[in-house]
Design a binder for this molecule. Sequence first.
Ligand code: ADP
Ligand code: ADP
Ligand code: ZN
Length: 227
Amino acid sequence: MQKGKNLKIIIVGPQGSGKGTQAEMIATEYKIANISTGVMFREAIKNQTDLGRAVQSIMMQGDLVPDKLTNELIKERLGKSDCKKGFILDGYPRNLAQAEYLLAIHNISHIFEIWVSDKEAIKRISGRRMCSCGMTYHLEYNPPKIAGVCDRCDGRLFLRDDDTEEAVKQRLKIYHQETESIISFFEKKGIHYRINGEQKIPNVYKDVNKILNKILNDNKKKKQTRY
Ligand code: ADP
Ligand code: ADP
Ligand code: ZN
């Protein structure tokens, strides 16, 4: 069996909790598709598509893009062949309506909630630097080897347009008002795992990995006893 075949993961947490950083590590190790709605919207803005034009001002204010547009984008993305190997969703679902929509079109194996305080989240976002290849750095906590240059692709690092103090505050407010409600929704389904995000990046990953490995091993054992 391919390593990540049955992994259909959601990663959720406040802005700056480290979702993107962890999602990249999980997707690379388990060879699953890494899907971030934020990255897809930013691509659409960069390429000046109809979708990009429709979402640009909403994103700059830190508000949520309407569910209809977001759900359609995800449905199309999850239909692509690379998702058959498994996937990790970063930044989706972000409210109950999106969670219900997702479960109507796909089953989910795990939801990892990366917990950090708002104080830590704000500290992290202020030092965040991104690369268009999907890598994320932090000026102090996770700097690239050469300042301003991506370790993986040599691309120039940039600051996100919506990482302004005002937009971040608005995004955190929406996180607590709307997104947190999806946690109890998935908790009831028994697939929710809470991870302490206020540890060093490799230690957060270790905690996530422990859970993923246990489940993959349990699945293997179940298979072995069946035959
Ligand atoms: P962050 O987690 O730091 O807010 P993201 O990259 O996940 O950043 O999202 C950036 C912006 O893209 C959001 O503020 C929102 O405008 C839009 N967005 C991303 N995902 C969704 C979603 N699932 N539903 C609605 N809007 C979204
Ligand atoms: P999110 O996707 O949840 O918004 P990111 O993965 O973009 O979060 O991380 C936000 C910032 O914090 C980035 O600059 C990243 O390098 C840094 N970061 C991520 N995880 C940690 C951690 N465990 N400790 C310190 N800094 C971190
Ligand atoms: Zn890069």
